[in-house]
Structure formats: structure tokens, C-alpha cells
Design a protein around this ligand. Structure first.
Ligand code: AMP
Length: 125
């Protein structure tokens, strides 16, 4: 359900197609709540995307409309992916883009996990 004037969910977005198995991905993790796979254009030595299975177009939509079980399940999946990939010792960064100013390209909520080298400042100066 759209919230706060956000556009309705688009079932033809690329991550919806990946979740349905219509197009392939380099999967690293899946459970009841989330699917994680390598980003097709990595911006760090390790760049994985974690997407909830539910039809949410952004963090704004997910945080407002997802059930407590979905939010908990997704958050635990996000942490487990990083743990399973062995990222906790050196650390990692999680980014979620929301809306136009963030540059969000794919209208299905997702978190980026970036790791594998010191990642520098959070934003360019
Ligand atoms: P965002 O700008 O936050 O919406 O991020 C979208 C991300 O999806 C970008 O980092 C893209 O490189 C990535 N991406 C787009 N298509 C695919 C795909 N088919 N498989 C994996 N990653 C993709």
C-alpha cells in the first residue's frame, strides 16, 4: 500500500523479477524474509544487496507499512548476511537509498552492504 504520496509498487521492477526467479542473481543468502545477492556493479570489494520479500518500494514504505515480523525478519537477515560473509571483524557499511535525492534507482526497498576495504568518508566532501 503506498504511503505519504509515494508511488505504488511496480511489480516489473528488477528486484521483483529476481525475487520471482524470472532473472538470475548471484545469491548469497535467502530465508523467509529476505534475499541477498551480489550487486551487478560493485562499488567496493564486497557489495551485496539485501531485499525483503514483501512488496515495498522504499525504506519509507517498508518502515511505515511492513509488519513487525517483516521488519524484525529483514533486520536479522541483514545482520546474518554480514556475519555469514565474515565481515564483522573488519566492519562494513549499510546504505539504503530512498527517493530522488538519494539516487535510488530500483523501486524495491533494499539495503546495500559494502565492505572489503576502508570505506572512507560516508559522503564526498
Ligand atoms: P539503488 O541506487 O540504491 O536503487 O541501488 C540499486 C542497485 O542495484 C545498484 O547498485 C545497481 O548496480 C544494482 N542492480 C541493478 N540491477 C541489478 C541486477 N540485475 N542484479 C544485481 N544488482 C543490480
Amino acid at each position: 500500500m503506498p504511503v505519504n504520496g509515494l508511488p505504488p509498487y511496480d511489480d516489473d521492477n528488477i528486484f521483483a523479477k529476481i525475487l520471482r526467479g524470472d532473472i538470475p542473481c548471484r545469491k548469497v543468502f535467502e530465508d523467509e524474509w529476505a534475499l541477498a545477492f551480489h550487486d551487478i556493479a560493485p562499488q567496493a570489494p564486497l557489495h551485496v544487496l539485501v531485499v525483503p520479500r514483501g512488496r515495498y518500494c522504499s525504506f519509507a514504505d517498508f518502515s511505515a507499512a511492513a509488519s513487525p515480523e517483516e521488519i524484525a525478519g529483514f533486520t536479522r537477515a541483514l545482520g546474518q548476511v554480514a556475519r555469514d560473509l565474515g565481515l564483522e571483524a573488519d566492519g562494513y557499511r549499510i546504505i539504503a537509498n530512498m527517493g530522488e535525492h538519494s539516487g535510488q534507482e530500483v523501486p524495491h526497498y533494499h539495503a546495500h552492504i559494502l565492505a572489503g576495504r576502508p570505506l572512507g568518508k560516508m559522503l564526498p566532501a
